[in-house]
Design a protein around this ligand. Structure first.
Ligand SMILES: [Zn+2]
Length: 479
């Protein structure tokens, strides 16, 4: 049996207003080449100046991934020629990354494993080639858009600690969750603000040695990462089992046919002639600043999940779902502050609210129901003002209109009937109309009683208090 050895490099775009070394906007949807200047185009004589916020975001992320933050850091030039890189070099961090030796804990199938983070570093993005006519080989000509050139990226490199395609998927989910909690990146794969490259080798289970690495490209979703890895584990295992040898190469994931295709062989690592960027000062990152940033870190997803289990007594399943995004976790806690029964709140959020959100495609940030209104509705159920069943109708209206539960109940006349005299009239009417069934109740048939309760509920459109109805029916039909 073979075991996969997987490492992942993630490039995520930092959510700064301006680029990494100039004041050009980082907006995604501007007209081509609108957001450019001599610095990000690399015109002679233009000098880069580091964006402090990007550095701050980098340190923040490094801390969240439990990295050591470098006291001494700086930038290097990575030299290569490509049309989307007008400078012919990319400013990146090679020798002195911001963060090193970190880790995050990843849970797969209920088991937690620690994945080490090798390094976290800042670099600028390249421009974008648009191949007119589709593919790079079939295009009549290509156009260059340098709006993206110089946009700050953070590269997060894992050690080859990941041991299954599913764990790779969970690792990426956790990584994205952390970045979103930190509010340093949008992490939108479809807009390219989060990209990942994966490398995978296999080895006999129990071995400490590393096999020949294959790099996978064109991974446009976390599911694509998982599936391409599943495919590669199978392909490499079969190859080696039948006496073949894995070649060091880059393979392209073909989403349509769900296979990886050989792109190019990698005989040796490319020589990028890295050297220190002479136009930027080296960085001495003050410890006091790092401490200041540390103090602003939000509670991270794993810690929040634990707290939800421990202080609210929620099951692990609830806690995981509720802490999936910071917004959802904040929403839950806002309701719980006004209505203390955490599990009841969790049931409503994961039940009715999630159901309606899925059905309408609305995210928690756009939900019209205010946390206080859910609390108010739950209190109305407790007081007997509305039944649990009616509450679902009320809640649907709250979700659609954003009105308070009190207003909806008043407008629609949904107040539960608890007045005994009023209920008694209805109960008598139901007994009168269902004499045979009433006789069966007198003979002690509980099923018949249920039927009569149902009739009363029907007549009152669910507004009768079922306990009160039950009591009245029993009194009237007692022998
Ligand atoms: Zn610029």
């Amino acid at each position: 049996m073979f075991e996969p050895v997987i490492g992942i490099e993630v490039h995520t775009q930092l959510k700064t207003e301006s680029k990494l070394f100039c004041s050009c906007s980082t907006r995604f949807d501007a007209a081509p080449n609108r957001n450019t200047c001599p610095v990000c185009l690399g015109l002679p004589g233009a000098l880069p100046v580091l964006n402090k916020k990007a550095l701050l975001f980098g340190i923040k992320t490094g801390l969240a991934f439990n990295c050591e933050i470098a006291e001494f850091s700086g930038f290097d030039r990575k030299n290569y020629f490509y049309p989307d890189l007008s400078k012919n070099y990319q400013i990146t961090q090679d020798a002195f990354p911001i963060g090193t030796n970190g880790h995050i804990d990843v849970m797969t199938d209920g088991k937690t494993r620690r994945i080490r983070i090798k390094r976290v570093h800042l670099e600028e993005d390249a421009g974008k080639s648009v191949h007119e006519g589709g593919t790079i080989t079939g295009a009549a000509y290509s156009l260059e858009d340098y709006n993206r050139a110089g946009v700050p990226l953070l590269e997060i490199v894992s050690e080859p600690d990941i041991r299954s395609p599913k764990e790779a998927y969970e690792y990426l989910l956790m990584l994205r969750r952390i970045l979103l909690y930190l509010e340093v990146s949008d992490c939108k794969m479809e807009e390219g603000s989060l990209r990942c490259d994966v490398n995978i080798s296999i080895r006999p289970e129990g071995s400490d040695e590393f096999g020949t690495q294959v790099e996978l490209k064109n991974l446009n979703s976390f599911r694509a990462v998982e599936r391409s890895l599943e495919y590669e584990v199978e392909r490499q295992s079969q190859l080696v089992a039948s006496g073949g040898e894995v070649i060091r190469e880059t393979r392209h994931w073909d989403e349509a046919s769900q296979v990886t295709v050989s792109m190019r062989r990698k005989e040796r690592a490319e020589d990028y002639r890295y050297f220190p960027e002479p136009d930027l000062a080296q960085l001495n990152i003050r410890r006091s600043w790092v401490d200041e940033i540390k103090a602003t870190l939000p509670e991270l997803p794993a810690a929040r999940r634990m707290r939800f289990i421990e202080s609210y007594g929620l099951p692990e399943y609830d806690a995981s779902l509720l802490t999936d995004t910071k917004e959802l976790a904040d929403y839950f806690e806002a309701v719980v502050r006004e209505y203390g029964e955490a599990k009841t709140v969790s049931n409503w959020i994961m039940g009715e609210l999630s159901r309606l959100m899925n059905a309408t495609g609305i995210g928690i940030e756009s939900v019209k129901v205010r946390p206080g209104d859910i609390a108010a509705m739950l209190k109305m159920i407790d007081k007997g003002t509305i039944s649990g069943k009616i509450a679902k109708t009320v809640f649907e209206e709250m979700f659609a209109e954003g009105k308070s539960p009190e207003t909806i109940v008043k407008e629609k006349g949904l107040v539960q009937i608890t007045d005994e005299e009023e209920l008694a009239k209805i109960v008598d009417c139901v007994i009168e109309e269902n004499r045979e069934v009433a006789d069966q109740v007198r003979e002690g048939k509980d099923k018949a009683l249920g039927f009569l309760v149902g009739q009363v509920m029907k007549m009152t459109k669910g507004r009768a208090n079922p306990q009160a109805v039950n009591k009245l029916l029993r009194q009237r039909l007692a022998n």
